[in-house]
Every structure is written in C-alpha cells, then in structure tokens.
Design a protein around this ligand. Structure first.
Ligand code: ZN
Length: 301
C-alpha cells in the first residue's frame, strides 16, 4: 500500500481525448453531451474518496441518461487502454507514476490500470483518472468488479489514503521446519477505526499475508536464526530473534559475543513478533535483523 500523487490529468481532458476520434455522428453527439456528467462524477468521487465514503457513490447504468455502460467501457478499452489510441498517452502517464511497483500490494510489478470502482458498475468513472490506479495483474484480479457496500469495504486508495507513516504490518518468525514468517496487520492506536478496518480488509482481500509469507520463505534459507543466551525458544520475550548469515554463526567472534547457537528449525518459538515495514519482503527481513539491539554488530545488513 503505497501512496501516489493524484494523476496530473483532469476527467474532462481525458474524456475529450478518448472520444476525439469517434466518427459516428450520433454516438459522438451523445458522448460530447455527457461531458458535464463525467466531470460531475469525477468531482463527486474526489469528495467521497477524501471522506472515505466511496461506498456512497450512486451506481447508474446510464451516463447523462443516454450513454450506456457498454459504450463507456468501450471508450476506455478501445480509446484509452489500447496502443495508438488518443487516450493512451494518459493511460501511460498514470501507469508510469507508480514507477513500476504495484501500490496495492507494494511488491509486484505494475502491469495494468485498475478501476478502483469498477467501470461495469460505475460507467461515468470509466476513464476518470482518479479512479484509475496502477496495479499488478494479481491485485487487479483479486479486486475483480467488487462493489463496496459499506465504508469498511472500500479498499485502500493510493491517491487518497496514506498508511506509510505508521507501522501497521508485523511479522513473526515461526521456528518450524521449514522456518517461515507470518505477517499480520496491527493498526496503530492513532488510526481511526474505519481506516484500520479498511486496511485489514484490503490486506485480507488481496491475500497479502500469503504473498509476503511465500516471498519471505524464499529468502529465509539464506539465514540462520539465532537466539541470545537469555532468550529461550518457547518463552515469550520482548527481544526479536537474530537473523544471521551462516558464515557469521560459525565465526569465533560470535561465540565470544555470547550469542546462542542456531535454533533448530524443528523448535517452536513464541513471543518474538517484530514490527516491519510493508515495502518489500527483503525489507521486512532487514527490519527483523535490525530490530534486535542485543548484538547489532553481529547482524547481517
Ligand atoms: Zn499488486
């Protein structure tokens, strides 16, 4: 969940660009006459998004009473998403703003634009830049055409929600065979209840625990998990486990430093959850390493 700036394109200019090459006179006239409705819908969307009330956006299968949902979907698909169409430069500009990383999962590569409110149900927002979010294909598929039925249902919006300021993602090393990391959401107390619940549902809906866990599992074999001598596996502690390179574990320096032997991966450890950043899987592993201040010079960075 990464914050992005608002796109630098207005709904009016985007819609005008998209329909600029429509040749059928009757369709062109209906689309042009819908311009103010498109502008109004985008303005109402912005106000609702800032108030975390996108669930209250009214669904209407007709735009301006004359343009159908299928026609608006075609405006997006055929005149904005396709290569060499008049709306494509705007599509590309919105796409590029994410700098390659999907802001919804903060991990996978951007491959498409996601309609935050699906165009199937909100045709007036089909080409509204504020409703178009760079996304990876997995997050795009996971969201599908879901319609929010309550404020808590509204997934985190990279243009309007900023959850980067506080820690909300926590990880726990599970000393099982094979070792793994379990991620979970613990919203900070300063968050209002609505934002906290939206983050929980976003995390669950996109199955981010499984994504982060599986990616972390690929990196865990490069570490041995060691414990300070006063910290026993199975006993709750405020200290994090120390993730160390195998080379370090075997060194004389470590044995004289009083760090315990590598934990056997069949052992069960508890009480060692550590706050991490959500930005990447490597970053949580680094955060886990750096979280323990017992022997910072022994840690792998
Ligand atoms: Zn994603």
């Amino acid at each position: 969940m990464l914050k992005l700036d608002h796109p630098a394109y207005s709904a009016e200019d985007t819609f005008a660009a998209c329909i600029s090459r429509v040749r059928a006179p009757a369709l062109k006239a209906r689309l042009v006459s819908a311009t103010q409705s498109i502008i109004d819908a985008s303005d109402a969307y912005e106000i609702a998004a800032e108030a975390q009330k996108l669930d209250q956006i009214v669904r209407d299968p007709l735009v301006n009473g004359t343009v159908t949902t299928a026609e608006m979907e075609a405006v997006y698909t055929d005149r904005m998403a396709q290569q060499n169409t008049p709306g494509r430069p705007i599509y590309d500009g919105i796409f590029a703003a994410a700098k390659g990383r999907c802001p919804l999962c903060a991990h996978r590569a951007v491959t498409t634009l996601d309609h935050h409110l699906p165009k199937t149900h909100y045709p007036a927002l089909a080409v509204a830049p504020l409703n178009l979010v760079p996304s990876c294909s997995d997050c795009n598929k996971a969201k599908l055409a879901r319609v929010p039925h309550s404020p808590e249902d509204v997934s985190i919006h990279p243009y309007f929600d900023d959850v980067d300021g506080e820690r909300w993602l926590f990880a726990e090393v599970l000393a099982v065979a094979p070792a793994s990391i379990r991620f979970r959401v613990e919203p900070p107390a300063v968050w209002e209840a609505l934002l906290a619940e939206r983050v929980r549902r976003h995390f669950r809906g996109l199955n981010l625990s499984a994504l982060y866990g599986s990616e972390a599992a690929e990196e865990l074999p490069t570490f041995d998990i060691c414990w300070p001598p006063y910290m026993q596996p199975g006993r709750p502690t405020k200290c994090a486990p120390i993730l160390k390179s195998t080379r370090k574990v075997a060194s004389q320096d470590d044995s004289t430093a009083g760090v315990g032997p590598p934990m056997k991966l069949g052992q069960r450890a508890t009480g060692s959850a550590t706050a991490v950043s959500q930005r990447s899987v490597s970053e949580p592993l680094r955060a886990l390493s750096q979280a323990c201040s017992c022997r910072p010079t022994n840690l792998r960075h």
